[in-house]
Structure formats: C-alpha cells, structure tokens
Design a protein around this ligand. Structure first.
Ligand code: ADP
Ligand code: MG
Length: 485
C-alpha cells in the first residue's frame, strides 16, 4: 500500500474440541448430534442451574497461555458479560475480561512469514463459553444450542500485523499450535475458528510503535475462514485508503463492520457511540480459586513437541530438506503418520520420500485427508521392507501402493494377487542374459564399438521376466557376461 502502513490486530476465537464435556455443563463437547439434542438445563439458562468449571478446559487454556509466553494468573476468575440475544439464554456469557486476570496476559508469538521470523505481541488469552449457532433464512431463522457452552479460547493480539497475508500466516501458526498441543482440531470448516479483525492505516513515515500515530480502528466481526480474513482485510485497506485519498478519513468513526461473503465487501454495523455496555462483573456462581505452582508445572511438562520443534528434528536428526520437513509438519496428522512409520523402524528419508511425493500427491488429487486412507503406517513400512529385501522393485512398489489405495487391500495381498515379485536370483537372471546374448552376437559387437545396445539387452531380460528382474542386478550380470565373451 503505497504511502501507508497497515495495522492489524486479531481477536481469534478457537473452540477447545478435546474435552469430553462443555466448559460449565456436563453436556458432551460434540458436534455430531441432531440440532438441540446435546443440551443440559444449564445450557438453556434454566433457573436453579449452576455452572461447574471443566478442569481439562482450564488446563488446555493454561497450556495455550504458556505456549504463547503469557503470564499466568495466581487465581482464576470468571466474569459475566451481560447481553440479550437468543444465542445465550442465560442473558450473559461467562467469560474473562483482562481484569482481574484471564488465563494469560502479555505474551508473544514468533512465526515464519516468507521465511523470516515475525513476532506478534499477545495482549491476552481467555477462556469463555461459546454461544448457540444460528442460521438465517428469508423469512425465519433457526438456532442450535448444541454449541452453547462449548469451551472457547479467545486470543487478542496487539496491532502488530502489517498485511493480510501476514495475518493469515499468524492464524495458520496458531491453528497448528492448537492441533499439535492437543487443544483443538481447529477446523474452520467446522466453525471451530472465527475471527474479529481490526484494521487501520497510517502514514508510512510515522512511527508505528507510538499508538498516537495509529489510525482509527475498524473492527470486522465474525469472519469464519482464513480466506475470508485475507479478503476482508484487503477490502478494508482499499476502502480506508480511498477515504484518505478523498479527504474523508478524518470523519470516519471507530466502527464495527461485518464481512459480507456474497458481495466481498465489509458492511457497516454500528459505530463506537452505539457500543454495547456489557456491564461486566465477577461471576458469583464460580468461586475464585488458586492456581498452584505445582499444577502449572505439570501443565508445562505436558506441552508436547510442536510443529517447529518437529521440523528442526527432521532437518537436524533425519537429514530431511527444510522444504520436505515443512511439508510434513504442516499437517499434524501427516507428521504423526510419518513418526509412526519411524517407530516401526522405517528409514526416515525413504519414508519422507513416500509421503511427500506419492502419498501427499494422492491426498491432494482426491481432496481427502490422511486419516481417510486405507493405508496405515504399518502398510507403508511393509511396502518399504519388500523393496529393501529385493522382493519387489521400487517401480513395482509404486504400482502396489496405488493398488493398496484404490483396492483397499494390504500390500502383501496385492503383491500376491498381481504376481509382482522381483527376481533377485543370480542364476535365474544369468540364464536369461546368456540366452539373450547368444541370440544377438551382432549387437554385442555394436556395443563394443560404442553404440548403445545395452538398454536393448536390459529390455529383453525385462520382457522375458515380465518386468520382474531386479534392474541393477540385471545390468551387472549383462556387463559381466559381455566381458566374458
Ligand atoms: P477495544 O477497547 O475497542 O476492545 P482494544 O484496544 O482492546 O479495543 O483492541 C481490540 C483489538 O483491536 C486488538 O486486537 C487490538 O490489537 C486491535 N487494535 C487496537 N487499535 C488498533 C488500530 N489502531 N488498528 C488496528 N487494530 C487495532
Ligand atoms: Mg470474547
């Protein structure tokens, strides 16, 4: 954006999917049910119901707080955010404001953007309950309370992001963290990630570390895909630049807008003067409780290897290229598959080759995920073993793998059925080679004169064995037998 700096701050909401029950009620934390079938009286705000805090959800929230280098609280509090809307029958959401102290404050996250490290300050991360989901039609709306009470983490960044692509790179890193840390599937297609995006622009020559120089912030509510985040930011930048160029920017009020997926534009919702007063107060039905050092220590120890650490390990310990390492860790289920093959004794490099070349290609082509494959880490290891033991050639192994994927049968069974086994027996191959050479004395002469007839000999042996002769052994024997003559 010529002449301007862009400031972006994100409020990223991610549902915690890895608890058994909701954050304050005993209803299952699950999406699969028929609408409005997974609810307890508390989720419906019935009188006399009381919340109980889900310890696992708090643990996961604290874990996220630690990964983001935040400061953890000594005491846990919750607060009521009061508002009237059907998606929250209690008429308030149980959440945490920055005061007293949420699960984490003042952290930072460093992530890769275009191969350069970028650091974003985290203002806070807090734990709250999700609201019901609604669908709006021409003449009516539907509401599903199954989502009401699902644990939700809200992460608020400082306005340290400088472009739409950088914001998306940040979100992708966060998604990976939630997945690797076992906090959430973090699947935006399931509505598990939603963002409020804050955008402003300022003069390029001014100091962007001084809030006095920042432009007027526009908040875009509830963007529910990474593509949407990118498009909404780019549209909003363009809109604000246009206001600057036409001299109307200074009149622009701080406002909330929404992203309209049909028109690819942001639409005005309300200005700051209409801001809702949520009348926060400490939730009286949940006593504040102390968070012990021992508990925090336990949680810290439970943080598993994250994508970046796995990437470093692949490069430094397994000798993979940076590119391949990145490709494998990008999706946790692929990285897990890879690590499972290693646990079964696979060679790190060949296993990585299979994954990055053949298997990922198949997944992309068919738009499916690795968990949808019939292939298991064990089957891939079996296949690699057959190549190593010379039972099948590497060319044959690719065919076998394709059959495994298509026919959903074990590699060993496919090999038996296709009759593809590799002939690595010296005598069998030598007999064929001798016969081929006997039949073509003229071509042996040509070979000696420097003409390439060697491939012809190899081809004849392959033909005679229906492609099953071990290629390198065949080549060796042909060379030996020619030299003998
Ligand atoms: P509010 O008081 O309106 O909630 P905050 O200061 O708490 O605003 O910030 C909310 C979000 O807006 C944060 O993600 C923050 O980084 C972002 N933000 C604040 N000021 C700006 C700005 N000038 N431009 C872009 N984003 C901003
Ligand atoms: Mg919130």
């Amino acid at each position: 954006m010529d002449g301007y700096k862009v400031l972006i701050g994100l409020e990223m909401h991610c549902e915690i999917s890895e608890t058994n029950s909701k954050v304050f009620s005993s209803a299952e934390n699950s999406y699969k049910e028929v609408p409005n079938s997974n609810i307890r009286p508390l989720d419906m705000g019935f009188p006399g119901t009381l919340p109980r805090v889900n310890k696992k959800a708090v643990e996961m929230a604290l874990k996220a707080s630690m990964i983001l280098n935040c400061k953890q609280p000594e005491y846990m509090y919750f607060e009521r955010k009061n508002y009237y809307y059907p998606d929250m029958p209690k008429n308030y959401q149980i959440t945490q404001e920055t005061k007293p102290i949420p699960v984490g404050i003042y952290g930072s996250l460093t992530f890769d953007y275009k191969d350069e490290p970028r650091t974003v300050r985290i203002n806070n991360i807090h734990l709250e309950e999700d609201a019901a989901s609604q669908d709006h039609y021409a003449n009516f709306s539907t509401i599903d309370y199954n989502r009401a009470g699902v644990p939700l983490l809200e992460l608020v960044t400082e306005p340290d992001l400088r472009s739409a692509d950088e914001a998306v790179a940040f979100l992708e890193t966060m998604r990976s963290i939630y997945q690797y840390a076992g906090i959430s599937e973090a699947d935006s297609r399931k509505g598990q990630i939603r963002c409020d995006v804050n955008v402003s622009i300022m003069d390029e020559n001014l100091d962007d570390t001084d809030p006095k120089n920042w432009g007027t912030k526009v908040e875009i509510k509830n963007v529910n895909s990474f593509g949407g985040v990118r498009d909404a930011i780019n549209y909003e930048i363009e809109r604000q630049v246009e206001l600057k160029e036409t001299g109307k920017y200074d009149e622009m009020e701080q406002q909330t807008r929404r992203w309209d997926e049909d028109t690819f534009t942001t639409k005005f919702m309300r200005s700051k003067v209409d801001a809702i007063d949520y009348r926060y107060f400490v939730e009286p039905n949940i006593p504040k409780y102390k968070i012990s050092k021992e508990w925090l220590e336990k949680i810290r120890e439970s943080i598993p290897e994250l994508a970046n650490e796995r990437k470093e390990k692949y490069m430094n310990e397994f000798g993979l290229s940076e590119y391949d390492s990145k490709v494998i860790v990008k999706d946790k289920s692929i990285s897990d598959f890879y690590e499972d093959t290693l646990k079964l004794g696979a060679d790190p490099k060949s296993s990585a080759n299979w994954l990055t070349s053949v298997i990922l290609g198949y997944l992309n082509k068919n738009e499916i995920e690795i968990k949808d494959l019939f292939l298991t880490p064990k089957m891939l290891v079996d296949l690699m073993d057959m190549v190593k033991e010379g039972k099948i050639s590497s060319k044959q192994s690719k065919e076998v793998l394709n059959k495994v994927l298509e026919d959903k049968k074990e590699p060993k069974e496919i090999v038996k059925k296709l009759g593809v086994t590799q002939i690595s027996d010296d005598k069998t191959i030598r007999d064929i080679v001798v016969k081929v050479l006997d039949e073509h004395p003229d071509l042996i002469e040509d070979h000696r004169k420097g003409k390439n007839t060697f491939d012809f000999f190899v081809g004849q042996v392959m033909k005679a064995t229906r492609g099953q002769a071990n290629p390198s052994l065949t080549a060796d024997i042909i060379r030996e037998e020619i030299d003998k003559r």
